[in-house]
Design a protein around this ligand. Sequence first.
Ligand SMILES: [Zn+2]
Ligand SMILES: [Zn+2]
Length: 381
Amino acid sequence: MMRICVFGFFLLFFVLSPVSAGFYPNSSVVPPELIRNATGNLWNSFLNFTGCHAGNKYDGLYKLKQYFQHFGYIPETFSGNFTDDFDDILKNAVEMYQRNFRLNVTGVLDELTLKQVVIPRCGNPDVVNGTSTMHSGRRTYEVSFSGGGQRFHAVKRYSFFPGEPRWPRHRRDLTYAFNPRNMLTEEVKTVFSRAFARWAEVTPLTFTRVESFSNSDIFIGFYSGEHGDGEPFDGPMRTLAHAFSPPTGHFHLDREENWIISGEGGDGVISVPEAVDLESVAVHEIGHLLGLGHSSVEGSIMYPTIMTGKRKVDLTTDDVEGVQYLYGENPNFNGSISPPSPSTQQRDTGESGDASRIDGSRLVLTSLLLLSTVGLFLYLV
Ligand SMILES: [Zn+2]
Ligand SMILES: [Zn+2]
C-alpha cells in the first residue's frame, strides 16, 4: 500500500502538466467552443429514466446504479455486475438520495429527483459506510428567526466527517500553498485568499500563503483525470473539486472547468451557465478542509450544490455555527453574519437542474489521503 501511495504522490509532483487553460476574468471571455464542451454532460442521459420505478427493467439503468454507488448510496459490497432491473438496491438508494436533498421520498425516479441527479458535482459521496453525511439527525433542530415582519424556520443541518476530525489546538495558524506545476497567476491565487479570509473571520484560525508546497498545511492543486488519489476528475462540469478532512489538507480542483476568477456578478449571477465561480467552490471546499461535512440547508455554503453561473461565497449562520462548534469563535468577530434568507431556507432542492454540485467529504478518500500522507512522508525522508 505504501508503495502505491508513494507512487501516487510521485504522480502528483512530477507527472502533472501545468494548467493550460480554464481561467477567465469574467464570463464574457469564455470561448464559445469550451462552453459547447461543457454542455456535453453525460449524466444528462439519466433524464431518460424519468418515471422509472421498482419492479421494471430499463435499458442502461445499471449506469445509474454505478452513479449512486459512486456517491455512497449503494454499498461498495455490491461490486460490479449491476443489472438493468429497478430492484430494491436502487430503490433504497433513490430514497436515501431523496431524503438527503429534501425531495419527496417516493423511491421513484421522478422528474425533480433526476434533475438533481444530473447536476454536476464532485466525486465525493454523500453517504459514508451507509451513513449519510448530509442528514445528521443528531444535530438537526429548528430555530426561529424573526426579521422584517417575516417569521421563518432555519433548519440547522451542518455536519462533520465521521469522528469529527479537526485541526489540533496547537495548529491554529495554518499555511497553504499551490502546486507549483500549475503555475497559477497571482489573480487566481488571490481568489483563494479571499475564500480563506471568510472562514478566518469567524474562527480563531489564520491562513497564510507560503511558497513551499511540500511544507504547507494545505495543498491546493488543479488536476485533470486521474491524479494520484483514485478519484479522477472528469472534464467540464459533473465533478468540480474535492477536499479532505483535517489534518490532511489536500484540496483538488478539476482544471478542465471554466473557472471564473473575477468575482463578478454582485447579484450572484454570472452570464455563462457553464462557467463556475472559483471562489464559490473554494469557500465550500475550505469548509471541508476544516472538518465540515455537507449541510442540507440549501442556502448554506456547505450545501453540496451551487447554481452554475452563480456566485455563493457568504457564510451563513449554519456554516458559522458548524465551524465554531469545531474551533470556537474569533474573539474579534463582530457577529455580522446574517441568517440565510427565507427564500433559500426551505426551498425544494430539486427545482432546477441548472446547478453545479460541489463537495468534499468521504471517509474512503480520507483514509486514502491519510495513508497517502504517510506515503508522502516516507517519500520525503
Ligand atoms: Zn483528488
Ligand atoms: Zn462538499
